[in-house]
Design a protein around this ligand. Sequence first.
Ligand code: ZN
Ligand code: ZN
Length: 253
Amino acid sequence: MITSKMDFAKNFLALKKLLFPGSCSLCLEQLDASQQTLCSNCIKKLPYVDNFCLRCAEPLPCIGICPACQKKPPNFRRCFTLCDYSYPVSSAIQQIKNNPYAAVTKQLSLLFAERLLADYKQKQIPQIIIPVPIHPLKILTRGFNQTETIASFISTRIGKSELLTHIFSRKYLGKAQQMQTRQQRMKLLATTFKINNQFEIKGKSIALVDDVITTGSTAKAATASLLKAGAKSVDLWCIAKTSWHNHSSSIKM
Ligand SMILES: [Zn+2]
Ligand SMILES: [Zn+2]
């Protein structure tokens, strides 16, 4: 009975898609039934980065290690991103943050998962996937954590890593850049995250998932907390990323 109800719902959605394929979430062009929520033209034109730093994913003239990472390697093992945080991805990220049901979340997460599978072909994929937590008060006002939705789609597609959403929480809601000195900001960042269960991450390789990474401060603070709690390594996975070496210091909430 349950199966037939599910079959009915699936068939109904397929028929609805065929009759009313809707419009592209980014350019509003009419979609055909084979397209999901972005038209093939928008997928082709996303601001992908072809040449980047093999540690921090900063765009470079050719693939290598950027001067900043050569001078001081970051605490994470490697950052992977789908594209640069510019239009139209910036517009898609706003939809992802504001609407828990935004269809673009699934499509970009799955595109990113394909990219990750290709990037990790010769390497071991992290054992655990953890979405970057947001403060409980943010959850109350926003109603959901978009990084959990993204991590869930990626984890289902990859199928090899365990998704953990409960071992990591966020303690502060205030903005680090409002702290007066760099020392104060660093002190706040160092204590922003709380590990609820060290046992589950001890000795494990971790992928930390975010929708967008701007300065890298939040990601580095989260990485520091995970490593301090005994994680073997941390990779950063984000749908989009700005050029953080040229960005003023701030913490993204
Ligand atoms: Zn489009
Ligand atoms: Zn770098």
